[in-house]
Design a protein around this ligand. Structure first.
Ligand code: ZN
Length: 247
C-alpha cells in the first residue's frame, strides 16, 4: 500500500475563523481524508511537531509527501529542507500544493524564485486538462471550474515543466500553469495550484481526484534501476592499446 505523509504548516486554521470553519481539523485532515478514500496509507505531520514531524524514520517510510504552507515558510528549518530534498532525489514523491510554490523545499528543488502574480478576489477559475494522456488527468473532464479561487497569474518563475497537466484561466483574464510535473533525481514532483485556505477547495471532488491520481503517479518506485555515477569501467570491450587517457 502506498504510504503518504500529508504535511501542513497548520497556522491559518488556528488564527483565522473563516479558515477554521472550512478546515476545523486543519487542511491536512481534509487532504488526508481525500487520500484515504483512495486506499492510501496516510499519516499527517505539522510544523510545530519536533523536526516538523519529518524525522528520518518518517521520510524513509514515506512514498509520497504532500506539502501545504503559506504563512510560515521561513520557520521551516534548513536541515529539514535538506532532508526532504535528499529523500526526493532518492525517489520519494512530492506534491507541492498552492502557496507551497514559495516553500524552501520547492524553491530549492526548482532553483528559481518560483514567484508569480496573485489577487484575492473570489474569482472563478477554470482548469483545462492540457495533457489528457497523463495519469494525473485520469477520470477528469476536459475542464472544470473552481467557483471561488485566489488568482495566480503568469509569469510563474519555474523551470520549464517536464509535463504540463493543467492550465488555469481566471475570471480577471490571467492564465497560469496549474499542474506542473518535474523529475529530480529519482523523485517525481507535481505542483498543483488550487487550494487557497479561505475557500473550500480541498472539499471539491475533482480536486480530491487529482490529489489521489498525483499520489499514485508520484509514489516511490522500488523497482527503479540503480544509477551509477562517477568514473566507470566500460560495459563493452574497448581497445585501449593506444592509451586514450594520454593527451
Ligand atoms: Zn493562497
Amino acid at each position: 500500500m502506498t504510504r503518504v505523509t500529508v504535511w501542513n504548516e497548520f497556522v491559518h486554521e488556528q488564527e483565522n475563523d473563516t479558515v477554521a470553519e472550512i478546515y476545523p481539523d486543519g487542511i491536512h485532515a481534509v487532504i488526508a481524508d481525500a487520500l484515504e478514500a483512495g486506499g492510501f496509507d496516510v499519516e499527517t505531520a505539522t510544523l510545530h511537531e519536533p523536526e516538523h514531524g519529518l524525522t528520518e524514520d518518517v521520510l524513509a517510510e514515506t512514498d509520497v509527501l504532500t506539502w501545504w504552507g503559506h504563512a510560515a515558510h521561513d520557520q521551516v528549518e534548513d536541515e529539514i529542507v535538506e532532508r526532504v530534498k535528499h529523500h526526493v532525489l532518492e525517489g520519494m514523491g512530492l506534491l507541492v500544493l498552492h502557496s507551497g510554490h514559495f516553500s524552501k523545499v520547492f524553491k530549492s528543488l526548482m532553483g528559481t524564485t518560483c514567484n508569480l502574480k496573485w489577487r484575492e478576489a473570489g474569482e472563478t477559475e477554470r482548469l483545462w486538462v492540457t495533457d489528457p494522456a497523463h495519469p494525473i488527468a485520469e477520470g477528469l473532464p476536459e475542464s472544470f471550474e473552481v467557483p471561488e479561487a485566489e488568482m495566480y497569474g503568469e509569469h510563474f518563475d519555474i523551470p520549464q515543466p517536464d509535463a504540463l497537466v493543467f492550465n488555469s484561466w481566471f475570471e480577471g483574464g490571467e492564465t497560469f500553469r496549474s499542474g506542473c510535473v518535474f523529475h529530480r533525481g529519482k523523485g517525481r514532483i507535481f505542483y498543483f495550484r488550487p487550494g487557497h485556505e479561505t475557500y473550500p477547495i480541498y472539499h471539491q471532488d475533482e480536486v480530491r481526484q487529482i490529489l489521489r491520481n498525483a499520489a499514485e503517479w508520484a509514489a516511490r518506485d522500488d523497482d527503479a534501476p540503480d544509477i551509477t555515477r562517477g568514473n566507470a569501467e566500460p560495459v563493452e570491450d574497448i581497445d585501449t592499446s593506444d592509451d586514450r587517457t594520454v593527451h
